[in-house]
Design a protein around this ligand. Structure first.
Ligand SMILES: Cc1cc2nc3c(=O)[nH]c(=O)nc-3n(C[C@H](O)[C@H](O)[C@H](O)COP(=O)(O)OP(=O)(O)OC[C@H]3O[C@@H](n4cnc5c(N)ncnc54)[C@H](O)[C@@H]3O)c2cc1C
Length: 444
């Protein structure tokens, strides 16, 4: 493997690395993916936990371009809205968009395996248990530890799809004028399980993303095809109500009894899960440039974001889609393509990063606020009557082809108008008869 001509190295066989490999092999490149873990497909059964993700338009569009959309969709459960569970155990279904618009729950492991299978069948070479410890971008060379030995590989291009703690990005840190920031939020998360009922049915409505918003913290649940749900508890690390304050079984039990009793009755493994599953942190990474010599950061390696818009993977898949379009427009991969990619994507990555942080507040706090609910209803009316002029932010981000940066700019303008409308005295009752034309006119 010494010849580096036409050869591409991708660091990381995660979701983005595997999809990128498929895009590039279809363009005729000799693609080698190096992954520090063992092959996920071999110990698929031992994985145990089924962590799931919400896949939406941007991700699906990329999958469609490589011909994988129908296969992936067959492994998904559609979620056309969020089901909000109030503290007094009432359920309120809030549609995400119009009829037919839905996000899709899919197991991360299943999706990753599908992508690796498709890439391998198309001719990609996967090298597992290869930990990348160093990259010299000026030499187009990456160094790996494999079975106790250090190996090096050269290629004409190196892509860092190696996640939030990227080894390629570490190499960039040594270069002058490389900007980098990372920010942890004060909340962490823990995954918990909700198995099927004793009768083998879903414990909750499977066609919804369930949320128990409790202001400073929340629980969410996404359905799996085996009729279980994967629940995620987002909670501050420290403070009166926090992971720190939940040390004993008794404390965990009474916390769930007090705040999530309707969910708890379906969580027989709660105490074991709580003890055995890690408490993980949530990070935002921003950096620039994404390019150094003939290498490029992509996916979480370039822009890790918090998960509250369900867009991290979708944004990474959209990265692959955009890169492929640029390769096509420029008749092949080149430094020019890498630079065009970073110019286009940086502004969009920053936009979705900020939106994701904002959505944490919306999910845990605002979804039960009557004014927020009213705004959603008004926006649905506006979007129904003026589908091109008024597009709600969630729809822009999740179901449209607008760039994230455009979505953010449109949303800011719409929100300023909406704030004025919501300030109208008596809006709580008047909203049904309000003149929508006037609101639309304010957009000009
Ligand atoms: C709790 C949670 C929920 C989420 N929910 C959603 C959701 O609903 N929808 C959505 O779109 N996104 C979601 N995300 C975000 C999504 O998980 C990420 O954006 C996505 O996994 C990024 O993919 P990636 O391939 O860039 O990075 P990763 O998935 O992190 O993959 C990186 C790969 O590189 C490998 N690697 C790392 N370092 C090295 C090295 N030195 N050498 C070799 N290999 C290496 C890793 O083993 C891994 O396989 C969520 C994230 C979290 C934390």
């Amino acid at each position: 493997m010494n010849s580096s001509e036409n050869k591409i190295i991708i660091l990381g066989a995660g979701l983005v690395g595997s999809l990128l490999a498929l895009f590039l092999v279809k363009r005729g490149y000799n693609v080698h993916v190096f992954e520090k873990r063992t092959d996920l497909r071999l110990d698929k059964k031992e994985e145990g936990r089924s962590i799931n993700l919400a896949l939406s338009r941007r991700g699906l569009k990329a999958l469609e371009k490589v011909g994988l959309m129908p296969k992936v969709i067959s492994h998904c459960i559609p979620m056309p809205g969020r089901m909000v569970h109030t503290i007094d155990e009432k359920e309120d279904f809030q549609p995400y968009g119009k009829t037919g618009q839905q996000i899709n729950s899919i197991a991360r492991l299943e999706l990753n395996c599908l992508l690796m299978d498709a890439a391998e069948q198309a001719g990609v070479f996967f090298h597992f248990e290869h930990f990348c410890g160093k990259v010299e971008t000026e030499k187009n060379e990456a160094y790996f530890t494999h079975q106790g030995k250090t190996l090096s590989h050269q290629a004409s291009f190196i892509f860092g799809a190696d996640g939030a703690f990227s080894a390629l990005r570490k190499a960039y840190m040594r270069a002058p004028r490389f900007n980098f920031s990372q920010q942890y939020i004060s909340s962490g998360y823990k995954e918990l399980s909700m198995p099927p009922t004793p009768k083998g049915e879903f414990a909750l409505d499977p066609n919804a993303l369930h949320i128990w918003p409790r202001q400073e913290f929340m629980l969410i649940a996404l359905p799996n095809v085996d009729k279980s749900f994967t629940c995620t508890l987002f909670l501050p690390f420290e403070g009166k109500i926090s992971f720190d304050s939940l040390q004993t079984d008794k404390e965990v039990n009474s916390f769930f009894e007090e705040h999530f009793s309707d969910a708890k009755q379906h969580m027989p493994n709660l105490l074991a899960d709580f003890k055995n599953h890690p408490t993980s942190s949530l990070i935002t990474v921003k950096c620039f440039p994404y390019v150094q010599n003939h290498s490029l950061l992509i996916g979480d390696a370039a822009h890790a974001i918090v998960p509250f818009y369900g867009q991290g993977m979708n944004a990474g898949f959209e990265d692959c889609f955009v890169l492929d379009r640029l390769i096509e427009e420029n008749c092949g991969l080149s430094k020019k393509v890498l630079h065009a990619f970073q110019e286009e994507r940086k502004v969009d990555a920053d936009a979705i990063s900020d939106l994701a942080l904002y959505n944490f507040i919306e999910m845990r706090d605002k979804v039960t606020d009557p004014l927020f609910i009213l705004q959603k209803k008004l926006e649905q009316r506006l979007h129904k009557e003026y589908p091109k002029q008024w597009i709600p932010l969630y729809t822009l981000v999740t179901f449209s082809d607008y760039r994230y940066s455009e979505a953010l700019a449109i949303a800011k303008k719409q929100q300023a108008i909406m704030d004025e409308v919501l300030n109208i005295p008596g809006i709580e009752t008047a909203w049904k008869s309000i003149d929508l034309k006037e609101i639309i006119a304010a957009l000009d």
